[in-house]
Write a protein that binds this ligand. Structure first.
Ligand code: EPU
Length: 335
């Protein structure tokens, strides 16, 4: 079923709480709906959104905002080791994670309490507490916004990397994700490398998916703002990855800088660097950083996209001046 609204307020569709409107808002519940919509878009500007947790609107959107309301969790295959599930792109991400934990399907518990929807989990390759969605994605089904044809991207074709996928690179803006196929474990392989996750679980009676989920939810509630209360896109910036010699220089100057070796270089903690630049002690009337995690830029009330981008630019400049490191937003800025 296709629903069409004109002059549609986007306040409830972006977690930053920016008060803008879309000229048209179209919601669909099936891949066939998307195939019907595509030829009608013609030259009209369009944007696909999920839960709006990674978007920053600079202005009213003068085209069509497309939103998936495709639901359903279908088991495609199950044996003693794995389950493959095909999940509608419009399902709330955390409701899906909660369901997997209830079913005894293991893998996504570390990704609990992340705002957004299933479709975006594949585009963004959401990650937290040592796990990335792409680790468990088998394939992604899409409908092309160019010619309305259906496509299946294998895990390899998705080219998942830190907060990145083909849908943010060569396929950017060209597809509507309709379903994501997740391959989850029936025999657990828990990831407990982050902080004191293991100790938190043991204090709750032992390591299992339900306790990992509870520990992650508690950690996030403690460190990150609830977008229903304080407008934000949670992580505003990505953690920068620098060459090993640059990281070694910084470690000499700032022995407490958190560093994480990766295959492409050394990942630095942008939250730590922003805090060191003194941003936790500063804010203007509408924008600041979250006092418990400085990589979260928050809307203190009534901020526009322009206010937030100006503030973010000051943060970027100060980090570049102090550390000689360029940092970039993770959020998708919509002009
Ligand atoms: N830190 C500070 N000050 C701060 C923030 C962080 O000193 O204001 C330090 C922490 O003490 C820690 C280090 O920096 O030593 C890393 O902080 P944290 O563990 O909070 O992780 P992060 O690298 O800042 C990333 C993800 C988060 C995810 C966490 C946990 C990105 C951009 N963000 O943050 O993802 O929850 O790791 O895995 O990679 C999100 O995407 O919305 C998100 C919250």
């Amino acid at each position: 079923m296709i629903k069409h609204f004109s002059s549609y307020p986007l306040l409830q569709h972006n977690t930053f709480g920016i008060n803008v409107k879309a000229a048209h808002f179209v919601e669909f519940t099936s891949a066939d709906d998307v195939r019907d919509i595509v030829p009608r878009l013609g030259e009209i500007r369009h944007l696909v959104i999920g839960g709006g947790s990674n978007l920053l609107f600079m202005n009213d959107f003068d085209g069509v905002v497309l939103h998936s309301a495709i639901k359903g969790i279908e088991v495609l295959h199950e044996d003693e080791n794995y389950v493959k599930v095909r999940v509608g792109s419009g399902i709330n991400w955390d409701e899906f994670v909660a369901y997997t934990v209830e079913q005894g399907w293991q893998g996504l518990e570390n990704l609990s309490a992340i705002p957004g929807e299933v479709g975006a989990s594949a585009v963004q390759n959401v990650g937290a507490y040592g796990v990335e969605a792409g680790d468990f994605i088998e394939s992604v089904e899409t409908v092309s916004l160019i010619d309305g044809t259906a496509h299946l991207f294998t895990k390899k074709q998705c080219a998942f990397a830190y907060r990145n996928s083909i849908f943010k690179q060569s396929e950017k803006g060209k597809n509507v994700v309709t379903y994501v196929v997740y391959k989850l474990n029936r025999t657990p392989r828990y990831v407990l490398t982050y902080g004191n996750l293991r100790e938190q679980c043991e204090a709750m009676g032992g390591v299992n998916a339900a306790n990992i989920r509870a520990a992650v939810c508690a950690t996030r509630a403690n460190k990150l703002p609830d977008p229903a209360i304080i407008g934000s896109a949670v992580s505003f910036f990505m953690n920068p990855v620098v060459a090993a010699d640059k990281a070694a220089q910084l470690k000499e100057l700032y022995p407490s800088i958190p560093t994480y070796p990766t295959v492409t270089g050394v990942k630095l903690s942008v939250g730590w660097m922003i805090e060191q630049c003194g941003w936790k002690q500063r804010s203007n009337s509408t924008v600041g950083v979250y006092p418990k995690q400085a990589l979260v830029v928050v809307n203190l009330g009534g901020a526009t996209g322009e206010d937030i981008m100006q503030y973010a630019a000051m943060i970027q400049k100060s980090v570049a001046e102090k550390f000689g490191v360029s940092i970039f937003p993770e959020v998708n800025v919509i002009e």
